[in-house]
Design a protein around this ligand. Structure first.
Ligand code: 13P
Length: 343
């Protein structure tokens, strides 16, 4: 029997689990590999993803779904099994990034709109056949002098809503990701501004989702946390980040949305974990709240692996530790003490 959108969405935010965002485009993964002086080739990208997806304990216990890039959903492990089947064998759900990236928005200097709607229906049909049961589309919102503009907010919200409707039409759960950046050049904005912009963004997104007739019970929201810009000089207490983030959701996110899975956005990995745990300790949370981290789940594993076959186990151990810490944070049970303990 085919799983309903609601079943898939619920599985993605199952207690103690979250999503691994491994959907770096070829140019982004090249930057990550540059950091460990590794050539980015189809084989090295495959080896890296195979190392992560075959980390059985981490995957089985803490990773509900994996977001893939187009190349990866078509690749096979060294033993010939598809990477998709590796993910499924660990009880995790394969997903796919379907947007084609943020491009400059005409007449809106400094702002972008995400492309990829043309032909999306046909691509979703193919991705479903390849095993994807959820998808991701990222809209990017930049804070700056007189930014964001209402025009850019509505263009991005509209694209996210059209994407989400096409996903649901094709049996795929949309992850709706409007990211208010914290790490753009000259990100001097305060946490107060981030909260205001995050609320305006989410309001625009849910307005467009409703107009597009998207079923909110069959989607996952992937937002940023409310944090100060990286160049603000402001040092927000983790408890303030947690409170402002949840306050932004109370103001804008309907309670029919089953789950919220954060991006990490440039936060350090441990801080992203601590924030998530504090958020899950606050009262009055009608949504399941978990992680959908890229960098904050992978940075330590990538470094420990270093592109060397003899380091696969070390990479997997580092991945397990972060996955475990974030799994605890999804339950509000992470502590600094547990963080320090080696697995
Ligand atoms: P980060 O957690 O590295 O921000 O990546 C998550 C993601 O999927 C961004 O689109």
């Amino acid at each position: 029997m085919t799983d309903s959108l609601q079943d898939i969405a619920r599985r993605l935010v199952a207690p103690g689990k979250g999503i691994l965002a491994a959907d770096e485009s070829s140019s982004t993964i090249k930057k990550r590999f540059d950091g460990i002086a590794l050539d980015s080739t189809a084989d090295s990208r495959r080896d890296y993803r195979e190392m992560l997806f075959s980390a059985d304990t981490a995957m089985r216990e803490h990773i509900s779904g994996v977001i893939l890039f187009d190349e990866t959903i078509r690749q096979s492990a060294r033993d010939g099994r598809s990477l998709v089947s590796l993910i499924e064998a660990n009880g995790s759900i394969p997903g796919i990034k379907v947007d084609m990236g943020a491009k400059p928005l005409a007449f809106y200097p400094g702002e972008t709109v995400t492309e990829g709607l043309d032909g999306l229906r046909e691509r979703l049909v193919e991705y479903y056949k390849l095993g994807a049961r959820f998808a991701k589309w990222r809209g990017v919102i930049t804070i700056g002098a007189n930014l964001p503009t209402p025009g850019a907010l509505s263009a991005n919200a509209h694209a996210l809503a059209r994407y989400a409707a096409l996903c649901q039409e094709n049996g795929i759960v949309p992850i709706v990701e409007p990211e208010v950046l914290m790490d753009n050049p000259n990100a001097t904005h305060t946490i107060e501004t981030c909260q205001k912009v995050t609320e305006a963004t989410l309001e625009a997104v849910f307005d467009e989702l409703e107009k597009a007739r998207v079923d909110l019970t069959g989607m996952i929201l992937k937002p940023n946390m409310v944090v100060p810009g990286k160049d603000s000089g402001q040092n927000a207490a983790p408890s303030e980040v947690a409170e402002r983030t949840v306050a932004a959701f109370h103001a804008t996110v309907p309670t029919s949305v089953p789950g919220i899975a954060f991006l990490s956005g440039g936060q350090s990995d441990v801080l992203a974990t601590e924030h998530l745990s504090l958020i899950n300790q606050l009262p009055n949370r009608p949504w399941k709240i978990t992680f959908s981290y890229g960098r904050a789940l992978q940075a330590a594993a990538l470094k420990a692996w270093g592109g060397k076959p003899e380091n696969v186990a070390a990479g997997q151990d580092a991945f397990l530790h972060r996955a475990r810490m974030n799994g605890l944070a999804a339950l509000g049970e992470w502590t600094a003490e547990l963080e320090r303990q080696a697995d």
